[in-house]
Design a protein around this ligand. Structure first.
Ligand SMILES: Cc1cc2nc3c(=O)[nH]c(=O)nc-3n(C[C@H](O)[C@H](O)[C@H](O)COP(=O)(O)OP(=O)(O)OC[C@H]3O[C@@H](n4cnc5c(N)ncnc54)[C@H](O)[C@@H]3O)c2cc1C
Length: 234
Protein backbone atom coordinates (compact mmCIF):
# COMPACT_ATOMS: atom_id res chain seq x y z
CA UNK A 1 0.00 0.00 0.00
CA UNK A 2 2.76 2.47 0.92
CA UNK A 3 4.68 1.64 -2.28
CA UNK A 4 1.57 2.53 -4.30
CA UNK A 5 1.24 5.69 -2.28
CA UNK A 6 4.87 6.71 -2.85
CA UNK A 7 4.73 5.90 -6.56
CA UNK A 8 1.48 7.82 -7.00
CA UNK A 9 2.78 10.85 -5.15
CA UNK A 10 6.07 10.89 -6.98
CA UNK A 11 4.10 10.85 -10.18
CA UNK A 12 1.59 13.48 -9.02
CA UNK A 13 4.17 15.88 -7.70
CA UNK A 14 6.24 15.28 -10.80
CA UNK A 15 9.42 15.19 -8.68
CA UNK A 16 11.95 12.46 -8.38
CA UNK A 17 12.05 10.72 -5.02
CA UNK A 18 15.05 12.90 -4.00
CA UNK A 19 15.35 14.76 -0.67
CA UNK A 20 12.72 17.46 -1.56
CA UNK A 21 10.36 14.84 -2.98
CA UNK A 22 10.82 12.65 0.08
CA UNK A 23 9.85 15.56 2.38
CA UNK A 24 6.71 16.19 0.33
CA UNK A 25 5.81 12.52 0.42
CA UNK A 26 6.32 12.36 4.22
CA UNK A 27 4.09 15.43 4.71
CA UNK A 28 1.34 13.87 2.58
CA UNK A 29 1.84 10.56 4.30
CA UNK A 30 1.36 12.23 7.70
CA UNK A 31 -1.81 13.94 6.47
CA UNK A 32 -3.15 10.68 5.09
CA UNK A 33 -2.46 8.77 8.32
CA UNK A 34 -4.27 11.49 10.28
CA UNK A 35 -7.26 11.28 7.94
CA UNK A 36 -7.36 7.49 8.26
CA UNK A 37 -7.33 7.82 12.05
CA UNK A 38 -10.15 10.41 12.01
CA UNK A 39 -12.30 8.69 9.39
CA UNK A 40 -12.29 4.86 9.32
CA UNK A 41 -14.25 4.90 6.02
CA UNK A 42 -11.45 6.81 4.33
CA UNK A 43 -10.23 5.02 1.16
CA UNK A 44 -6.87 5.72 -0.34
CA UNK A 45 -8.09 6.63 -3.78
CA UNK A 46 -6.86 9.36 -6.04
CA UNK A 47 -9.70 11.61 -4.97
CA UNK A 48 -8.84 10.97 -1.36
CA UNK A 49 -5.61 12.86 -1.77
CA UNK A 50 -7.42 15.93 -2.94
CA UNK A 51 -8.40 18.43 -0.27
CA UNK A 52 -12.02 17.86 0.83
CA UNK A 53 -14.07 20.91 1.84
CA UNK A 54 -14.40 20.98 5.64
CA UNK A 55 -17.61 19.35 6.93
CA UNK A 56 -19.77 21.73 8.97
CA UNK A 57 -19.76 20.87 12.70
CA UNK A 58 -23.15 19.56 13.90
CA UNK A 59 -25.06 22.17 15.94
CA UNK A 60 -26.38 21.35 19.38
CA UNK A 61 -29.26 23.74 19.61
CA UNK A 62 -32.80 23.92 18.27
CA UNK A 63 -33.99 21.40 15.68
CA UNK A 64 -30.47 20.05 15.20
CA UNK A 65 -30.39 18.75 18.74
CA UNK A 66 -31.95 15.36 18.04
CA UNK A 67 -29.80 14.70 15.00
CA UNK A 68 -26.79 12.42 15.30
CA UNK A 69 -23.45 13.19 13.57
CA UNK A 70 -24.37 10.83 10.73
CA UNK A 71 -27.59 12.77 10.10
CA UNK A 72 -29.91 10.06 11.47
CA UNK A 73 -32.34 10.98 14.23
CA UNK A 74 -31.13 9.77 17.61
CA UNK A 75 -33.59 8.79 20.32
CA UNK A 76 -31.04 9.39 23.07
CA UNK A 77 -29.76 12.95 22.85
CA UNK A 78 -27.10 12.38 25.47
CA UNK A 79 -25.20 10.27 22.95
CA UNK A 80 -25.32 12.85 20.17
CA UNK A 81 -24.13 15.83 22.21
CA UNK A 82 -21.50 16.40 24.80
CA UNK A 83 -22.85 16.40 28.36
CA UNK A 84 -22.33 20.14 28.85
CA UNK A 85 -24.44 21.04 25.81
CA UNK A 86 -27.01 18.37 26.66
CA UNK A 87 -27.46 19.53 30.26
CA UNK A 88 -27.62 23.17 29.14
CA UNK A 89 -30.37 22.23 26.68
CA UNK A 90 -32.26 20.29 29.37
CA UNK A 91 -32.06 23.26 31.75
CA UNK A 92 -33.41 25.57 29.05
CA UNK A 93 -36.33 23.22 28.34
CA UNK A 94 -37.26 22.75 32.01
CA UNK A 95 -36.88 26.48 32.84
CA UNK A 96 -39.16 27.44 29.97
CA UNK A 97 -41.73 24.85 31.08
CA UNK A 98 -41.59 25.99 34.74
CA UNK A 99 -41.95 29.66 33.74
CA UNK A 100 -45.00 28.79 31.62
CA UNK A 101 -46.66 26.85 34.47
CA UNK A 102 -45.97 29.67 36.97
CA UNK A 103 -47.48 32.23 34.60
CA UNK A 104 -50.64 30.14 34.05
CA UNK A 105 -50.94 29.41 37.79
CA UNK A 106 -50.62 33.12 38.68
CA UNK A 107 -53.37 34.05 36.25
CA UNK A 108 -55.58 31.38 37.86
CA UNK A 109 -54.70 32.50 41.42
CA UNK A 110 -52.83 29.24 41.94
CA UNK A 111 -49.26 28.69 42.95
CA UNK A 112 -46.95 25.84 42.02
CA UNK A 113 -45.28 24.39 45.10
CA UNK A 114 -41.88 22.65 45.31
CA UNK A 115 -43.41 19.34 44.25
CA UNK A 116 -44.80 21.01 41.12
CA UNK A 117 -48.42 20.72 42.33
CA UNK A 118 -50.80 23.66 41.77
CA UNK A 119 -52.18 24.99 45.08
CA UNK A 120 -54.17 28.13 46.06
CA UNK A 121 -51.95 31.20 46.32
CA UNK A 122 -50.87 32.20 49.84
CA UNK A 123 -50.10 35.84 49.12
CA UNK A 124 -53.50 37.27 48.13
CA UNK A 125 -56.02 39.12 50.34
CA UNK A 126 -58.30 36.77 52.30
CA UNK A 127 -61.74 36.03 50.96
CA UNK A 128 -64.71 35.21 53.23
CA UNK A 129 -63.87 31.51 53.37
CA UNK A 130 -60.18 31.89 54.20
CA UNK A 131 -60.92 34.67 56.69
CA UNK A 132 -63.51 32.39 58.34
CA UNK A 133 -61.16 29.39 58.56
CA UNK A 134 -58.37 31.53 60.04
CA UNK A 135 -60.69 33.28 62.52
CA UNK A 136 -62.27 30.05 63.74
CA UNK A 137 -58.74 28.69 64.23
CA UNK A 138 -57.81 31.67 66.44
CA UNK A 139 -61.10 31.64 68.40
CA UNK A 140 -61.12 27.88 69.11
CA UNK A 141 -57.44 27.99 70.09
CA UNK A 142 -58.08 30.91 72.47
CA UNK A 143 -60.92 28.90 74.04
CA UNK A 144 -58.74 25.78 74.21
CA UNK A 145 -56.11 27.60 76.29
CA UNK A 146 -58.48 29.67 78.42
CA UNK A 147 -58.14 29.22 82.16
CA UNK A 148 -60.08 26.49 83.99
CA UNK A 149 -60.56 28.99 86.83
CA UNK A 150 -60.45 32.42 85.18
CA UNK A 151 -60.08 35.61 87.20
CA UNK A 152 -62.71 38.32 86.90
CA UNK A 153 -60.35 40.29 84.70
CA UNK A 154 -59.85 37.31 82.38
CA UNK A 155 -63.63 36.83 82.17
CA UNK A 156 -64.21 40.49 81.41
CA UNK A 157 -61.44 40.59 78.81
CA UNK A 158 -62.77 37.52 77.02
CA UNK A 159 -66.33 38.83 76.95
CA UNK A 160 -65.13 42.21 75.69
CA UNK A 161 -63.00 40.51 73.03
CA UNK A 162 -66.04 38.70 71.53
CA UNK A 163 -68.21 41.81 71.70
CA UNK A 164 -65.60 43.92 69.93
CA UNK A 165 -64.97 41.20 67.34
CA UNK A 166 -68.70 40.99 66.59
CA UNK A 167 -68.58 44.72 65.77
CA UNK A 168 -65.32 44.72 63.80
CA UNK A 169 -65.38 41.35 62.00
CA UNK A 170 -64.52 42.34 58.40
CA UNK A 171 -67.55 40.66 56.79
CA UNK A 172 -70.44 42.95 57.41
CA UNK A 173 -73.39 40.56 57.27
CA UNK A 174 -71.42 37.86 59.17
CA UNK A 175 -70.74 40.42 61.92
CA UNK A 176 -74.42 41.46 62.02
CA UNK A 177 -75.54 37.83 62.59
CA UNK A 178 -72.71 37.44 65.10
CA UNK A 179 -74.03 40.38 67.19
CA UNK A 180 -77.60 39.07 67.07
CA UNK A 181 -76.41 35.60 68.16
CA UNK A 182 -74.44 36.96 71.14
CA UNK A 183 -77.52 38.84 72.35
CA UNK A 184 -79.55 35.62 72.38
CA UNK A 185 -76.70 33.29 73.48
CA UNK A 186 -74.29 35.33 75.65
CA UNK A 187 -70.65 34.25 75.68
CA UNK A 188 -70.01 31.78 78.53
CA UNK A 189 -66.66 32.73 80.05
CA UNK A 190 -66.92 30.75 83.33
CA UNK A 191 -64.26 28.14 82.46
CA UNK A 192 -62.23 26.66 79.63
CA UNK A 193 -64.82 23.91 79.16
CA UNK A 194 -67.76 26.35 79.16
CA UNK A 195 -66.12 28.73 76.72
CA UNK A 196 -65.04 25.91 74.35
CA UNK A 197 -68.59 24.47 74.35
CA UNK A 198 -70.24 27.86 73.85
CA UNK A 199 -67.95 28.59 70.89
CA UNK A 200 -68.49 25.11 69.40
CA UNK A 201 -72.25 25.60 69.54
CA UNK A 202 -71.99 29.09 68.08
CA UNK A 203 -69.83 27.73 65.22
CA UNK A 204 -72.44 24.99 64.68
CA UNK A 205 -75.16 27.60 64.37
CA UNK A 206 -73.14 29.27 61.62
CA UNK A 207 -72.51 25.83 60.04
CA UNK A 208 -76.23 25.15 60.16
CA UNK A 209 -77.02 28.52 58.56
CA UNK A 210 -74.59 27.70 55.74
CA UNK A 211 -75.90 24.14 55.28
CA UNK A 212 -72.65 22.56 56.56
CA UNK A 213 -72.45 19.41 58.71
CA UNK A 214 -72.50 20.00 62.48
CA UNK A 215 -69.42 19.28 64.56
CA UNK A 216 -69.53 16.85 67.51
CA UNK A 217 -68.84 19.28 70.39
CA UNK A 218 -67.79 16.47 72.77
CA UNK A 219 -64.59 16.33 70.69
CA UNK A 220 -63.82 20.06 70.68
CA UNK A 221 -60.76 19.77 72.96
CA UNK A 222 -59.40 16.90 70.88
CA UNK A 223 -59.73 19.01 67.77
CA UNK A 224 -58.28 22.25 69.18
CA UNK A 225 -56.17 21.43 72.25
CA UNK A 226 -55.09 17.80 72.81
CA UNK A 227 -55.08 16.26 69.33
CA UNK A 228 -57.12 13.23 68.30
CA UNK A 229 -57.17 10.27 70.69
CA UNK A 230 -55.85 7.96 67.95
CA UNK A 231 -52.54 9.90 68.13
CA UNK A 232 -52.71 11.06 64.51
CA UNK A 233 -51.67 14.61 65.51
CA UNK A 234 -48.67 13.52 67.61
C1 LIG B 1 -67.71 34.65 63.52
C2 LIG B 1 -67.89 34.15 62.09
C3 LIG B 1 -69.06 34.32 61.41
C4 LIG B 1 -69.22 33.89 60.07
N1 LIG B 1 -70.36 34.11 59.40
C5 LIG B 1 -70.50 33.71 58.12
C6 LIG B 1 -71.68 34.01 57.38
O1 LIG B 1 -72.61 34.61 57.90
N2 LIG B 1 -71.73 33.61 56.08
C7 LIG B 1 -70.70 32.96 55.50
O2 LIG B 1 -70.79 32.61 54.32
N3 LIG B 1 -69.59 32.66 56.18
C8 LIG B 1 -69.46 33.01 57.45
N4 LIG B 1 -68.31 32.73 58.13
C9 LIG B 1 -67.29 31.85 57.50
C10 LIG B 1 -67.69 30.37 57.67
O3 LIG B 1 -68.10 30.08 58.97
C11 LIG B 1 -66.54 29.41 57.33
O4 LIG B 1 -65.40 29.80 58.04
C12 LIG B 1 -66.21 29.31 55.87
O5 LIG B 1 -67.39 29.06 55.13
C13 LIG B 1 -65.22 28.16 55.63
O6 LIG B 1 -65.83 26.96 56.08
P1 LIG B 1 -65.08 25.58 56.21
O7 LIG B 1 -66.12 24.53 55.96
O8 LIG B 1 -63.86 25.54 55.41
O9 LIG B 1 -64.61 25.42 57.73
P2 LIG B 1 -64.92 26.34 58.95
O10 LIG B 1 -66.38 26.42 59.24
O11 LIG B 1 -64.20 27.63 58.78
O12 LIG B 1 -64.24 25.52 60.13
C14 LIG B 1 -62.83 25.38 60.26
C15 LIG B 1 -62.54 24.08 61.01
O13 LIG B 1 -63.13 24.14 62.27
C16 LIG B 1 -63.62 22.86 62.67
N5 LIG B 1 -65.00 23.02 63.06
C17 LIG B 1 -66.09 23.04 62.27
N6 LIG B 1 -67.18 23.24 63.00
C18 LIG B 1 -66.76 23.34 64.28
C19 LIG B 1 -67.43 23.52 65.52
N7 LIG B 1 -68.76 23.68 65.61
N8 LIG B 1 -66.68 23.56 66.63
C20 LIG B 1 -65.36 23.40 66.60
N9 LIG B 1 -64.68 23.21 65.48
C21 LIG B 1 -65.38 23.18 64.33
C22 LIG B 1 -63.44 21.94 61.50
O14 LIG B 1 -62.31 21.12 61.76
C23 LIG B 1 -63.16 22.87 60.34
O15 LIG B 1 -62.28 22.33 59.41
C24 LIG B 1 -68.15 33.19 59.45
C25 LIG B 1 -66.96 33.02 60.15
C26 LIG B 1 -66.82 33.49 61.44
C27 LIG B 1 -65.52 33.31 62.18
Amino acid sequence: MWKVFIRRHSYQSKVAPNREGARLIIRRLQKTVLRILRDPDFRMSKSSFQQKPAEPEPQVDGAQFNVHRNGKPDSNCRTCNDFKSWSKQQRLISNTQAAKEKHIAASEKLTVNAAGVAAPREDCPLDKVRLGISTWGLLHTMAAFYSDNPTDTEKRDMRTFFEVLSRLYPCEYCAKDFRSDIEVNPVNVNSQKDLAMWLCNFHNRVNDKLGKPLFDCSKVNERWRDGWLDGSCD
